[in-house]
Each structure stands twice: as C-alpha cells, then as structure tokens.
Design a protein around this ligand. Sequence first.
Ligand SMILES: [Mg+2]
Length: 169
Amino acid sequence: MLKRFVPDYYFQKFDMADAEFLTSIGVKGVILDVDNTLEPYEHPLPGEHVKAWLNSLADVGIRCAIVSNNNAARIDLFNKELGLPAYSKAGKPFKKNVLKAMSDLGTSKEDTILMGDQIFTDVWAAHNAGIRAILVPPINDKRDFLTRFKRWLEKPVLKEYRRRNEEKK
Ligand SMILES: [Mg+2]
C-alpha cells in the first residue's frame, strides 16, 4: 500500500537532479510537473534557472515533457518558449497522460522518470504508469489547513523513503 507513494528519489530542488545524476540512473526522458516543482503558481513563465537546467539535460540527450493538472491557459503560456510536449488538466494520479507524454518522448518505462512535488498526485501517477518518481518539496508550501493535512499524511511515506535509503547504505 505504502509502496506506491514512496518516491524513488528525493531532492531538495529540481535542478539537483542534474544531467550527470539522471544519466547515471539510466534516464532518457523526464516528465515534469510545473506548479511548485519548477516554479510557484504565481510565476507564469519559466525562470532562467529552469531553462538552464532543461538545456543541460537536452545537451546529454535527455528529453522532457510536461504533465500538469493545471489548466491549459497556465501550461500553454509556461510552455510557450520551451515547446515541450505538454498535457494540462492531466488528471494525475491517473496514468493516461503520463503514458501519452512517454510516447511523445519515445522513451520506455525503464528509462523515463517523473518529477513532482506531490506524493498523492505525482509520485502515485508515476507508479501507476510503471515508472520511477523523483519527489521535490513544494517551492511555496502554503500553511493552510489542506496543505498541513497533506504534509501530515506524507510523513509515513517520507519515513519509509529514509528507511529504505538507510538500508541501501
Ligand atoms: Mg505541483
């Protein structure tokens, strides 16, 4: 039960999963969440750090796509300059649009990874699609009730992630 929610990797920020790391774990395609993973909700466009990271992945042949539950207006504008394969209103944690993005990238389950900030949306969607997941903490972690409730739910999942990593050492 817990297994499907435990991320395969956890980084403090998206660009800490750099080209060298992704190559070392056999990744050729990255499916990206946008909101609070690459930029906070209130940033309509990707910043220079996002573009630099995407370029560094492209340089080693890693392809990227966007799969977001946000609406088309948000994602189309964010992706305008990037021109990545992109799905809005994607319905994560369902796998449908993750699989579509993977087909756009021309990658397989073994060499595709999904990166996002939500355990019950992004990590679950990746595992439903049979691919690995990188979790990053949300860039802007609003302290409203719902967010605090979700963080509380996530605690056993992150504990399990740390336990597994301790075992690997
Ligand atoms: Mg998000």
